[in-house]
Structures are given as structure tokens and as C-alpha cells.
Design a binder for this molecule. Structure first.
Ligand code: BGC
Length: 460
């Protein structure tokens, strides 16, 4: 079967869809960059600002707190002022946040600007996939949604490369944090040059403009029926109008919400961001130098990108469940290996490469499974009526879980050791694996309406 993302680039007005999706995905890129860059920068910020464990954790985690607020606020803004203007705004906030972080004179100021950056990151995590999915042909939505996850992983890998490139330069961490101002500005300016999403235009009562944008997007696609698509958007937006948080308590929606929230929590509680944010710190503990640890971290970032591409190619063939279960089993093995490595002192002397190998296995497994599958599933399993509010709830829970893990990682390491911490994540991964096997449905190759009928038992 043709892959969603690949076929999306073959059909319709490829150049325009690709340009719009690429500009929107700069948001995903910055999501990845701003969350990843801190791993290398922290090694130097900690020294220069004499930041203690708690301050270091706060510098990393306050961005996540901002992201929670950003994810809620941007859902509201995206409806009020449009997806496009929300993204122009978030690009501008990225720009200011990056420069402010780079020029910070103390930990307090840096924490403030990282919070501001968080607002933009949270907005990106919600509005980028939303905007992209609203441009896509229905049958290509899965691939394009995961394309945003690819942008996140590229952002993380680029941040590692930048950390590596600047580690020997004076004012290194200021460069590492400040350089994100460039893509921030590109996002803000780039979004001014692309049209509004047709769905938003319909919701704003600007049907004529929506028809015009859709016609441009579907130009050259022999299967396209702009009027039918417009009618579909009108119908679904009429259904979605007025959906509220309380709708999530409905008998049919609740089990699905549990699946979404379960995936959101599991995606973070297996500890992925302890690796993303603290990899150089974990690797320095194996005896390599700070520069060497940042260098090895680049491999981890590249592995994440490469295996996300593998996931994009396989998701519509193997299915979501197969990749989710295999990926979670793989990362469980990686975590168990890390727990053993840090528990057995002779291993650390005789086979220091083992930690890197375990981290790479972990990263590859995460990238084919939980990484993309969480974001994809939450865009697929909810009935249209509650989709945006349910997606936003799952996004906020994901950021909250991310916050808890990042804020507690260094403290946990102090309390129960490195080995104990990875063992804890391994136990959580094992529980998640059983729950996924038991509860997570297959959504491959089916229309959203079909999925909705099956999952909610509504056959009317
Ligand atoms: C997660 C992020 C994580 C990234 C790693 C995303 O899906 O939401 O928290 O840093 O994957 O690739």
C-alpha cells in the first residue's frame, strides 16, 4: 500500500502542500531544538552560573511548564485568530525567547526566558500538526502527521550538532541557545507567506476563500472534488462547534480518552527525555570527557531521526500496533541494559561502550514506536465532535508528564542511583507494554469515520 506521506507528495498541488507543511514544521523543528539544546548547554551553564541541582532541573523543566500553558492557550488562539497567526506569534516568541536566553545574566533570567520559549514550544506541539493535517488529503493524514514528529527529531539532532560545534568556543552556551532565533524568525516570516487552513476559513465564515485555497491545494489531483471536501469540512466543523471539556466525560469517549492519556503518560514515563535532555550527563558518568559525551550524543540524535523515517515508511504498512509493541519491547531491553550497566562497576571499566549501545537501542525503539504513534493516535481515535478538545487534553498531559520526569530525574539519580532510576523506567515500560497489547486498537488504513464507529460502538 502506498505510504501516506510519500503519496501526499505525489498527488495534488505537491509544491504548495510541501511548502506549507515545511514552513509549519519549522515549529516542530524548534520544539525539538529548544528541548534538545539544553543537554549540551547545561554542562557549561551549570559551571558558569554555579547552578545547583534544583536550578539546573528548573532551567530544563520550566520550558515544559510554559509548554503546558502554551498548548492550552494556543488551542484557543488557533480558533480565534487562526492557525496561521498563532504560528506567526509563536515564531516571534521563539525569536525573543532565544535571544533573551542567550543574553541571560543569571539563572533567574534564564529560567524566565525558558518559560517564554516554552509557550511557543507548546503552541507548536499543538498547532503545527493541526495546521498540517488540515491541508492534507484525508488518505495522507497519517504520514503527514508523523512528518511533524520527524521535524521534532531533526530539531533535536541539529541542537546536538550545534552543541558539539560550539563546545570549544567562548560563550558557548549563549551561542547554543541564541542561534534558535534564526529559525524562529523564519517561522514567523514564512507563515506570513502561506495561506490560512481551509478548515479555519470555513469556521470563520470565509467559505469563498476556503474554496480558493482548497482549489489551489488540490490542483492537478485527478481524484480531487473540492466541493465535496468543502461540504465535508462544513459538516464536521458544524459538529465540532461548541465542543467543551465536559464532552470528554461521555460514556463513549471516556475509554478512548484513557487510551490517549495512557499513551501520553507512557510516552514520557519511559524516560525518553532524560535521554534527550541529559544524554551528555549520562554519558559523562561513563568516564568520557564533556566534548566526547556531546559528540556521542549526536549519534543518539541521528538514530532518532533515522528510525523516525523508518516509522513513517512502515506505519501505514505494518500498522500502529505492531510498531508500538515492538518499539516498547525494544526500549524495555535498552533500559534494563542501562540499569545493569550502572549497577555492575566492572562493566563500566571493561565495556564503557555498552552504555552508548543501550542508549542507541533505546532511542531507535522509541523512534519507531511511542514517539510517532502517540501523536498519530491522538489525531485518529477521537470522534470528530470532541477531537480538538481531546487532543489538547492529551497534549497537556504529555507536557505535564514530561515536566514531572525532567524535574525529578537528577533527584531520583541522587536518591536511588542511576541504575535504580533506569530500572524504574523499565518497570513502567513493562506495564505500558501489557496495557498497549490489551487496549490500543489498530487504526491503519481506515477512515476516521470508520474508526470512530468501531471505537465508540456508534453504528448510526
Ligand atoms: C515527544 C518529546 C520527545 C521527542 C523525542 C516526541 O514525540 O513528545 O517529548 O522529546 O518525541 O523524539
Amino acid at each position: 500500500m502506498a505510504n501516506g506521506f510519500v503519496s501526499a507528495l505525489r498527488e495534488g498541488n505537491n509544491a504548495l502542500i510541501a511548502r506549507m507543511a515545511a514552513i509549519a514544521a519549522i515549529g516542530g523543528l524548534l520544539f525539538g531544538y529548544d528541548t534538545g539544546v539544553i543537554s549540551g548547554a547545561l554542562l557549561y551553564i551549570g559551571q558558569e552560573m554555579h547552578a545547583g541541582t534544583f536550578e539546573q532541573e528548573a532551567i530544563v523543566s520550566v520550558l515544559l511548564l510554559g509548554a503546558m500553558v502554551g498548548a492550552v492557550g494556543s488551542g484557543w488562539l488557533a480558533d480565534r485568530i487562526s492557525r496561521r497567526w498563532t504560528k506567526v506569534l509563536s515564531g516571534s516568541v521563539y525569536f525573543v525567547g532565544a535571544l533573551g536566553s542567550a543574553l541571560s545574566v543569571d539563572a533567574g533570567m534564564l529560567i524566565g526566558f525558558r518559560f517564554l520559549l516554552g509557550l511557543a514550544v507548546g503552541a507548536a506541539s499543538f498547532v503545527s500538526p493541526m495546521y498540517i493535517s488540515e491541508l492534507a488529503l484525508p488518505r495522507a493524514r497519517g504520514g503527514l502527521t508523523s512528518f511533524n514528529q520527524l521535524a521534532i527529531t531533526i530539531g533535536i539532532a541539529v541542537s546536538y550538532l550545534v552543541d558539539f560545534a560550539f563546545h570549544d568556543v567562548s560563550d558557548n552556551w549563549r551561542w547554543m541557545l541564541g542561534i534558535a532565533a534564526v529559525p524562529g524568525a523564519a517561522l514567523a516570516i514564512g507563515m506570513l507567506a502561506v495561506p490560512h487552513s481551509p478548515r479555519w476559513l470555513v469556521e470563520a465564515g470565509r467559505t469563498g476563500q476556503a474554496r480558493e485555497v482548497l482549489s489551489r491545494l488540490r490542483k492537478g489531483d485527478p481524484h480531487a472534488d473540492v466541493e465535496a471536501e468543502l461540504a465535508d469540512i462544513r459538516r464536521s466543523s458544524a459538529q465540532a462547534r461548541g465542543s467543551r471539556l465536559s464532552d470528554l466525560r461521555g460514556r463513549r469517549v471516556r475509554p478512548l480518552l484513557w487510551i490517549g492519556i495512557g499513551l501520553a503518560v507512557a510516552q514520557q514515563f519511559v524516560g525518553v527525555n532524560t535521554v534527550i535532555y541529559y544524554a551528555p550527563k549520562i554519558l559523562s558518568a561513563t568516564g568520557v570527557s564533556a566534548g566526547g559525551a556531546i559528540g556521542q550524543t549526536v549519534f543518539i540524535g541521528v538514530t532518532n531521526v533515522v528510525f523516525t523515517v523508518v516509522a513513517i515508511l512502515l506505519l501505514d504498512r505494518v500498522g500502529r500496533r505492531g510498531l508500538l509493541l515492538t518499539g516498547t519491547a525494544g526500549l524495555l531491553v535498552g533500559l534494563a541494559a542501562l540499569a545493569v550497566f550502572f549497577a555492575v562497576a566492572p562493566l563500566q571499566h571493561q565495556a564503557p561502550w555498552l552504555a552508548l549501545a543501550a542508549l542507541l537501542l533505546y532511542m531507535a525503539s522509541y523512534a519507531v514506536g511511542l514517539g510517532p504513534v502517540f501523536w498519530l493516535m491522538i489525531s485518529e481515535i477521537f470522534p470528530l465532535r470532541v477531537r480538538s478538545v481531546a487532543m489538547s487534553a492529551c497534549t497537556v498531559v504529555n507536557w505535564a508528564a514530561n515536566f514531572v520526569v525532567s524535574l525529578t530525574f537528577l533527584t531520583l539519580v541522587d536518591w536511588i542511583s542511576r541504575s535504580g532510576t533506569f530500572l524504574l523506567y523499565a518497570v513502567i515500560a513493562a506495564v505500558a507494554l501489557v496495557l498497549f497489547w490489551w487496549r490500543v486498537p489498530e487504526t491503519k488504513g481506515r477512515s476516521l469515520e470508520d474508526i470512530e464507529r468501531q471505537l465508540t460502538g456508534d453504528h448510526t
